[in-house]
Design a protein around this ligand. Structure first.
Ligand SMILES: [Zn+2]
Length: 295
C-alpha cells in the first residue's frame, strides 16, 4: 500500500503467496509488488520515505529478523529487513503485525489523540500493541503486549508457548472452530451472526475470556481506551465489544474514577497494512508524533 503523510491509503495491491514459500521467494514477490504499487500510484521511488513491513512475530529488532513465527513454518531466523532493503533500495522498517496495527490506530484510527491505549489484534492468533504516553511501548526484548498469552484459565489447554490456558489458545479461530465442530472460521462467525445458539454460546464464552484479559490489562496499565481490531474480528465485533465494555464498566479497580472505553477499529481488515505504512511515519517523525497529531 502507498500511503500519504497522514497515513491515508492511496493505492493498495495484494497478491497471495503459496503456502511454504521460502524467504527468498517472498522477498522477490514483495519487491515486485512494491514496484507495481508505486507505478500504479505514479509515485517516484525517490520520494518514498521508506518501506514498512508488518509480519507475524516474534521479531529480533537488533537483527531485523523474524524468529520462528508459528504461522511461517521453517522461517527460523530470517533477516528480512536487510533482504528487502537490498531488493527494493528502500529503507525498511519491520515490526510485528499487532504493533504495526496499533501504530496505525494512532495515525489514522480509533487511537488518534489518545495518549494511552491497548490494542487487541485478532488474526490467526491474538496479538497486541501498547501505546503509552503517545509512544509505542516495546518492552525489554521488543516483544511487549502479547495479550494473547496471558493465562485466563490456569487449568486450561496447553499453549504452544509453554503456558497453560492462554487467551489465544481459548479464543483463536482454530479454537472456536474446534469448539463448535463447524467446518471453518467463516462458518463459525456466520453461524454466530445468524444467532445459531451453539455458535453464540461458544462466541460468548470466548468474549468472556477476552473480557477477563482486557480487565487485567486495564488494571495493570491504567489505559484510557481498548481498541479491538484485525481481520479475525469480522462478524464478532459486536459480541466481543459488548462483553468487553460490560467488564470494563464493572470490574477494574479504578472504574469509579473513569470508565475505560472500548472501540472497534475503524480500519477493518486494513489495520496491519495501514500500520505498516504508519511504521515509517512513526520511525521518521517520532517522538514528535503527539505534536504532529495535535496540529
Ligand atoms: Zn500461550
Amino acid at each position: 500500500m502507498v500511503a500519504d503523510l497522514l497515513g491515508r491509503p492511496l493505492v493498495k495491491l495484494q497478491q497471495p503467496v503459496r503456502s511454504g514459500a521460502s524467504p527468498a521467494e517472498i522477498t522477490n514477490a514483495v519487491a515486485g509488488l512494491v514496484a507495481d504499487v508505486l507505478a500504479t500510484a505514479g509515485v517516484d521511488r525517490k520520494r518514498v520515505l521508506g518501506l514498512g513491513l508488518a509480519t507475524p512475530g516474534p521479531i529480533d529488532q537488533t537483527l531485523g529478523a523474524l524468529v520462528g513465527p508459528p504461522q511461517l513454518m521453517g522461517w527460523t531466523r530470517v533477516p528480512l529487513k536487510d533482504m528487502l532493503a537490498e531488493a527494493t533500495g528502500l529503507p525498511v522498517t519491520l515490526d510485528n503485525d499487532a504493533t504495526a496495527a496499533a501504530i496505525g490506530e494512532c495515525w489514522a484510527g480509533a487511537g488518534r489523540g489518545v495518549a494511552d491505549f491497548a490494542y487487541f489484534f485478532f488474526g490467526a492468533g491474538v496479538g497486541g500493541g501498547l501505546i503509552l504516553d503517545n509512544q509505542v511501548y516495546r518492552g525489554g526484548s521488543m516483544n511487549a503486549a502479547e495479550f494473547g498469552h496471558q493465562s485466563v484459565q490456569p487449568d486450561g489447554p496447553e499453549c504452544y508457548c509453554g503456558n497453560r490456558g492462554c487467551l489465544e489458545s481459548l479464543i483463536s479461530p482454530k479454537a472456536l472452530v474446534a469448539a463448535t465442530g463447524l467446518a471453518d472460521y467463516d462458518a463459525v462467525r456466520q453461524a454466530a451472526a445468524d444467532g445459531d445458539p451453539a455458535a453464540v454460546e461458544v462466541v460468548e464464552a470466548a468474549g468472556a475470556h477476552l473480557a477477563t484479559a482486557v480487565v487485567n490489562v486495564a488494571n495493570i496499565l491504567d489505559i484510557d481506551l481498548v481498541v479491538l481490531g484485525g481481520h479475525g474480528l469480522r462478524h464478532l465485533e459486536t459480541r466481543f465489544r459488548d462483553a468487553t465494555a460490560k467488564a470494563l464498566a464493572t470490574r477494574p479497580l479504578a472504574r469509579s474514577i473513569r470508565t475505560v472505553r472500548v472501540e472497534v477499529s475503524p480500519l477493518g481488515a486494513d489495520a496491519a497494512v495501514v500500520g505498516a505504512a504508519a511504521l515509517v511515519l512513526h520511525t521518521t517523525y517520532s517522538p514528535q508524533v503527539s505534536e504532529l497529531l495535535s496540529l
